[in-house]
Design a protein. Structure first.
Length: 180
């Protein structure tokens, strides 16, 4: 993979379900935790479901998610893409909404920051809306033209951060040298 543009990605299940150790109820579902996600997606083949429920949901997840203390632990560490970035090489243009109460904007920032530290071509685009919302088509086109098709267009000389300011449109982000 040469280039990617993740839009409001869930990059860490700990950060999706927790805020400073407390359950944060993503999407407004009070008490929701990772076991609820498991139930929602009906994990595994139906003939294996009873075993999967017993081993995965009722043992690994219940013991690992630690609702008593809410600490980031080995269970959550294994579900955090930040810890799996070492082999990543794809040019990265992250996109996220500042008012996303489903997947919080910090998900994109953590990956953007790590990619910058790794020397990966990286930019971030933030808008004022909620969950979802891609960068402007022109920005995505420049990104893929350079990093997918290898055409020199100097996108790597562009600012690293693009922020749609209050009362502006998503097609008109303000450029910044970096973020924050």
């Amino acid at each position: 993979m040469e280039a990617i543009i993740p839009i409001a990605p869930n990059t860490s299940y700990y950060h999706y379900y927790r805020s400073n150790g407390l359950v944060r109820s993503p999407g407004g579902y009070l008490g929701e935790d990772i076991d609820v996600l498991y139930d929602y997606i009906h994990s595994g083949k139906e003939e294996n479901r009873a075993r999967n429920n017993r081993v995965v949901r009722d043992t690994e997840m219940i013991n690992g998610m630690d609702r008593i203390k809410g600490d980031y632990n080995e269970f959550w560490e294994g579900r955090d893409y930040l810890n799996q970035m070492r082999p990543m090489k794809a040019a990265l243009l992250m996109a996220h909404g500042f008012n996303d109460w489903n997947v919080m904007p910090e998900h994109s920032y953590r990956i953007y920051k790590k990619a910058m530290e790794m020397g990966i071509p990286t930019q971030i685009y933030y808008h004022q809306d909620g969950h979802g919302g891609p960068p402007p088509l022109k920005m995505m086109n420049r990104w893929f033209t350079r990093y997918l098709f290898g055409i020199e267009n100097k996108v790597e000389k562009d600012p690293n951060a693009w922020i749609v300011r209050e009362n502006d449109t998503q097609q008109n982000p303000t450029p910044y040298k970096s973020y924050p």
